[in-house]
Design a protein around this ligand. Structure first.
Ligand code: CA
Length: 224
C-alpha cells in the first residue's frame, strides 16, 4: 500500500512541486493549505508522514504541531524559510521529528523522509517484552520461549502481553477481564481462568521454572 503523506502548506507553487514529486515517488498525497484545516485533517485521518510549513495562515506550524502531538505521534517534518537555530529548536521541541529549511532540493527532502521512516521502523522493531527466556516481539506479533516459537490466538497474545507488560505485579481477574475483554463483557466470569490455562499450556508446560503463577482468590502474576 502507498504511504500517505499530508502536506500542510500555503504557497501554491510549493504545494504543486511537492504534490508532483511525491506522487511521482509513489506517495499518496493530501493537501491542507492553512493551519486549522491541516490540524483537523491530521487528527481525523491517518497519515504515514506529515510535511508541515512553519508560516501558515490560520494557525502557525508550531501550534499545528502541538495540537497534533496532543493526540497523535504521526511523524512530522517541519519546512521553514527561517533557518535560524531558535526556529530549529522550537520546531523540535513541539514534537516535530525533523526539520528541513527552505529552499531545499527535492532530493534532500525525499532523502530525509526516507531516513525518518527508516529510523521509526528501527524503533518499532525494537519493541520487545521479555521475562527470562520468554520473548514477545510486539511488532512481528510473535512469541517464543527458549528459542521455540509459540503459537497464540489474538486473545491469548493480548492476555500474555498484559501479564508481561505488568510482570512481577499481581493482576486480578477483574482487571484482566476489563483490559482484555472490555468493561461491557458479561459472559462467563471464569473466562480469564480458561485463557490463563491455555497460555500456561503453551508457555509453561515442559519447563521447570514456571512464569505464570496463581495467587489464590486474587488473580495471576507473571514472575521474571
Ligand atoms: Ca508558508
Amino acid at each position: 500500500m502507498n504511504e500517505r503523506v499530508l502536506i500542510i502548506e500555503d504557497e501554491v507553487a510549493m504545494i504543486r512541486l511537492l504534490e508532483l514529486e511525491l506522487a511521482y515517488e509513489g506517495y499518496e498525497v493530501s493537501i491542507a493549505s492553512d493551519g486549522i484545516a491541516g490540524a483537523d485533517k491530521a487528527l481525523n485521518e491517518n497519515f504515514d508522514l506529515i510535511l508541515l510549513d512553519l508560516n501558515l495562515p490560520g494557525m502557525n506550524g508550531i501550534e499545528v504541531c502541538k495540537r497534533i502531538r496532543m493526540k497523535k505521534q504521526t511523524p512530522i517534518i517541519m519546512l521553514t524559510a527561517r533557518d535560524t537555530i531558535s526556529d530549529r529548536v522550537r520546531g523540535l521541541d513541539t514534537g516535530a521529528d525533523d526539520y528541513v529549511p527552505k529552499p531545499f532540493a527535492i532530493e534532500e527532502l525525499l532523502a530525509r523522509m526516507r531516513s525518518l521512516q527508516r529510523r521509526l521502523q528501527v524503533k518499532e522493531t525494537e519493541e520487545i517484552l521479555q521475562a527470562k527466556d520468554l520473548i514477545m516481539n510486539i511488532t512481528s506479533h510473535s512469541v517464543s520461549r527458549g528459542g521455540q516459537e509459540i503459537e497464540l490466538s489474538q486473545r491469548e497474545f493480548k492476555l500474555l502481553h498484559c501479564l508481561l507488560s505488568n510482570k512481577n505485579k499481581l493482576m486480578n481477574r477483574e482487571a484482566l477481564l476489563n483490559l482484555i475483554w472490555g468493561y461491557s463483557y458479561v459472559g462467563e466470569t471464569n473466562v480469564v481462568d480458561v485463557y490463563i490455562r491455555y497460555i500456561r499450556m503453551k508457555v509453561d508446560e515442559g519447563f521447570n521454572d514456571k512464569l505464570i503463577h496463581t495467587i489464590r482468590g486474587s488473580g495471576y502474576i507473571l514472575r521474571d
